[in-house]
Write a protein that binds this ligand. Structure first.
Ligand code: SF4
Ligand code: SF4
Ligand code: SF4
Length: 251
């Protein structure tokens, strides 16, 4: 059984310890940033930022709420990026942990196509086209450690373990949180190895907090069609699936 995260956003204080720990473990550089009118920093995930604590301010029920969302790859149980790549030298799953992993061979893939296939808008490309994202700290897990972001989190927001244990913890926490926030929910728990618990409508936290059905299914199914149509490349199949929007894609 795969490993799973439970990210309980109701406990997050936006200290950003997880964001920094991720950079430290992967030896990733800091980025030049600018004030964008929010405490969120940097503005988005990038080739060198695999974990980002998103921050929004919302008035809900006449009260101001700070909503924090530690964003990262969901390690999807059926991963559209992996299906779209169709190249296990570039994107593969570690069956022991369930981690979806990217290699240097992603450089040869169509970056736009892979990024567009992700329903959570996670992968990012470097200048040479190589793709990166959260790797579940797979090296740590194989050495008996927890992911760096989980180890460093001081509030209990970040949890990690066997899937059945995390699903049970998620249900326990949901029941408790619902007493205070009746609209609390778990986000796509059956489909993901990274399960979020939010107190409010997930759309308030991040545009891609839940799967954007407009991104993934079209491209994933296009890749399947391409695999069965020997006369059509996968990019051509995707354009066909997307209809008029396909004309906007890179030739
Ligand atoms: S370390 Fe924990 S509390 Fe701090 S920002 Fe990350 S998830 Fe939130
Ligand atoms: S969240 Fe996106 S990048 Fe991560 S496994 Fe799923 S499709 Fe791939
Ligand atoms: S699991 Fe590892 S790579 Fe993924 S966000 Fe956490 S620290 Fe970063």
């Amino acid at each position: 059984m795969s490993k799973t995260f439970l990210i309980d956003t109701t406990l997050c204080t936006a200290c950003r310890g997880c964001q920094v720990a991720c950079k430290q473990w992967h030896d990733l550089p800091a980025e030049k940033t600018r004030n964008m009118g929010s405490y969120q920093n940097p503005a988005d995930l990038s080739y060198t930022t695999y974990k980002l604590v998103r921050m929004t301010e919302e008035e809900i029920g006449g009260k101001l709420h700070w909503l924090f969302f530690p964003d990262q790859c969901r390690h999807c149980i059926e991963a559209p990026c992996l299906e779209t790549a169709y190249d296990e030298n570039a994107i593969y799953r570690d069956e022991a942990t369930g981690a979806v992993l990217y290699t240097q061979a992603t450089k040869a893939l169509d970056a736009e196509e892979i990024i567009g296939s992700c329903p959570y808008n996670i992968p990012r490309a470097g200048l040479d086209g190589t793709l990166t994202k959260c790797d579940m700290c797979n090296d740590r897990i194989h050495n008996g450690l927890k992911p760096a972001c989980v180890t460093t989190c001081p509030t209990g927001t970040m949890n990690f373990g066997e899937r059945d244990e995390m699903l049970a913890l998620a249900e326990t926490r949901l029941k408790k949180v619902k007493q205070r926030y009746p609209k609390a929910m778990l986000l796509d728990p059956d489909d993901l190895n990274v399960i979020y618990l939010t107190a409010f409508d997930p759309a308030l936290y991040s545009e891609y907090a839940v799967a954007d059905a407009g991104r993934s299914p079209r491209k994933a199914s296009a890749s399947r069609i391409a695999a069965s149509d020997k006369n059509m490349t996968r990019s051509e199949a995707i354009r066909k699936m997307m209809g008029p929007f396909g004309k906007l894609m890179k030739a």
